[in-house]
Write a new protein. Sequence first.
Length: 88
Amino acid sequence: MDRITFDFEKDIYIMEDNGREHKGFLPGLHDKKQSILLSAGIIQLDLSEIQELFEEFNEGMIDQDELLEKTKGIFEDSLKSVFHDNLN
C-alpha cells in the first residue's frame, strides 16, 4: 500500500497501491480519528490559549517568564490529556 486517505466526515477511506485505487466505507471512522492520528504520531493541540498568552505578553500584561511558565503548563496539560493512560 503506497497511500491511504481518510475522510473522517464521510467515514470513507481510499487506499492506493501500485497505481490502483480502492475506496471503502467504514461506519464510525469519525469516532476513531484521534486514535488513528495518535498511531501515526500526530497530536492535535488547541493553541488558542497560547495565542491569548502572547497577546497578554505583547500588551505588557505578563512578562516573559510568566509567558514561558504558562505555555509550558498548557503543553503539559494537553499532552497529559492525550496520553492520560501513560503519563498519569
